[in-house]
Ligand binder design. Structure first.
Ligand SMILES: [Zn+2]
Ligand SMILES: [Zn+2]
Ligand SMILES: [Zn+2]
Ligand SMILES: [Zn+2]
Ligand SMILES: [Zn+2]
Ligand SMILES: [Zn+2]
Ligand SMILES: [Zn+2]
Length: 525
């Protein structure tokens, strides 16, 4: 555990476990709704300085289990991308010998004693004769002169292959003993030996499927280690939330692939959207964008509704040379009526994008509320002699932000789930329609309740009477529970009815996290 000793107080700053008490009390009365108990955090934040410690922990586990030396444990772990569970699974499946030979670990029971029996040895690489103490024999038993070994190591380190430097013997697959590499290289080039050590340390992150640098720019210096499924969303101690799998911003319930496609599409389509906004007007009946092709100001939507291009108002079908019959709004010029239609696919995209965008905008506005509310709370706390428990509003806002974001991403999700890009052949038309209705039911429920929650969170609670504050408090607490429940159901629907039954492809999404207070500031000391 030791560490630097000075960091003890710093570490405490990140320990929010103790502050949970008061918050869960406020929600304790809603146990009937099935409020989830706190679950153990499924990831850890590791400081840069603690990497060595974290790596040593993993090495020790393997060394203890298999009674190995450190370099062999490291070779095994690098080969299995630092996934201890996978390593032990291979051990159980294929046995110790195969586990070792696959990874290039060779352990000879007795090291080649032959070399010491002669006064002179010949190196098979440089064909020079030297005394035996100028030779080094690797774990695999292959013995060459130190000069040749050193050159070999330096070439490999410079090639960026520090993690897996193989024996010089042509057919031998054994990985060289890192202690030997370090010792021999250090005699000639201490700087390169240092680089070798750094590569080995960084491998713990770079080759590790369970550890990742936080993608913050500028970099905060933290890494995240997940315990279970790496398909999850995490929050670094620096405050950045990201998808552990793709390192992009959080995007659940979109899969990483959906999110990648969606963000690229948004960039690509923004030009087309600008054109549509300038060159089309929404139909007064069905709200689809209608394009005006010719000069006539009486346009007809694909739904059949005629309307006046100048003012956007619904009209009849007939017009004379100078005006639309029964409509007076201004200038009108005769031309042919154009049944303008905007590409169906673009319309579909606009439908989802406008809703996605609207919720993203709301999210940005509501996020700024955090500060406002915090200020109001501190004012109230100093002035007021009454209730000082404002956890309901901070918890409510947390819930609101969580749900709002899910809501906005749910539109990108729906665009791909029910569109032709990804799952065209996965569902019949009828199935798709059925599933879409099922999903949209929940999406709309969530939308309605999120808007209500947002309304109550926005109530200026420090200017209201106690009764009103109490009523708002009840609404916020109730709506927090309700939106949480709907989110849970929506994710169940996605997993069981939408993504689960897919035959040809797998789309994993980060699971819904109900707890608003599951940030694991359990820094590795
Ligand atoms: Zn040699
Ligand atoms: Zn060898
Ligand atoms: Zn960070
Ligand atoms: Zn992702
Ligand atoms: Zn229309
Ligand atoms: Zn008009
Ligand atoms: Zn006309």
């Amino acid at each position: 555990m030791a560490g630097s000793g000075t960091s003890d107080t710093d570490d405490d700053c990140y320990d929010t476990e103790s502050s949970n008490g008061t918050e869960s009390d406020a929600e304790g009365c809603f146990l009937d709704y099935g409020f989830q108990p706190q679950i153990a955090p499924s990831y850890q934040v590791i400081m840069k300085e603690s990497l060595l410690e974290a790596q040593t922990q993993d090495l020790c586990k393997v060394m203890d289990m298999l009674t190995l030396r450190e370099q062999h444990a490291r070779t095994l772990l690098i080969y299995h991308r630092w996934d201890i569970e996978r390593l032990f699974a291979v051990l159980v499946d294929k046995g110790r010998d195969q586990l070792f030979s696959e990874a290039g670990v060779t352990i000879l029971e007795h090291k080649n004693p032959v070399s010491l029996q002669f006064s002179q040895l010949t190196c098979n690489i440089c064909i020079e004769d030297m005394s035996p103490d100028e030779f080094t024999s690797m774990d695999c038993g292959h013995c060459f002169c130190n000069k040749c070994w050193t050159e070999h190591f330096i070439v490999k380190i410079n090639e960026g292959q520090s993690k897996r430097i193989r024996c010089m013997e042509y057919t031998c697959k054994a990985i060289c003993d890192e202690a030997v590499v370090r010792k021999l290289v250090n005699e000639k080039h201490p700087d390169i030996a240092e680089r070798f050590d750094r590569f080995l340390l960084e491998s713990f992150i770079e080759d590790n499927s369970k550890v990742k640098w936080c993608p913050s720019i500028p970099h905060c210096g933290y890494a995240i280690r997940v315990e279970g499924d790496p398909c999850c969303e995490v929050e670094c101690a620096c405050g950045l939330q990201f998808c552990f799998k793709c390192s992009l911003e959080t995007h659940s319930p979109c899969s990483c692939m959906m999110w990648d496609l969606w963000s690229k599409k948004c960039l690509k389509e923004s030009e087309a959207m600008k054109w549509i906004i300038v060159n089309t007007k929404p139909c007064p009946k069905c709200h689809k964008p209608v394009e005006k092709n010719g000069g006539c100001n009486l346009v007809t939507c694909v739904c059949g509704q005629p309307f006046c291009w100048v003012c956007g108002g619904a009209t009849g079908f007939d017009h004379t040379y100078s005006r639309i019959i029964g409509h007076t709004c201004g200038r009108y010029k005769e031309d042919s009526i154009n049944k303008a239609r905007v590409d169906k696919e673009i319309y579909r995209y606009m439908h989802y994008n406008s809703r996605y965008q609207a919720h993203t905008d709301s999210f940005d506005i509501e996020r700024k509320l955090k500060e406002t509310i915090q200020n109001k709370i501190s004012v109230s706390e100093t002035n007021d002699s009454g209730s000082k428990d404002y956890s309901w509003i901070t918890n409510g806002l947390d819930r609101l932000l969580r749900c709002r974001r899910i809501l906005s991403y749910s539109y990108a999700f729906a665009y791909y789930m029910f569109g032709n890009d990804l799952f065209k052949d996965e569902m019949t038309r009828k199935e798709r329609e059925m599933k879409m209705n099922l999903f949209e039911d929940q999406q709309q429920q969530l939308e309605a309740n999120v808007e209500r929650l947002s309304k109550y969170i926005g109530v200026p609670f420090n200017q209201s009477s106690m009764d009103k504050v109490w009523a708002t408090r009840m609404q916020v607490i109730n709506l927090s529970v309700v939106t949480d429940q709907i989110c849970k159901k929506m994710y169940e629907c996605i997993e069981n009815d939408l993504l689960g039954p897919l035959q040809t492809v797998t789309h994993n999404i980060a699971p819904y996290k109900s707890n608003t207070d599951d940030r694991p500031w359990l820094l590795l000391k």
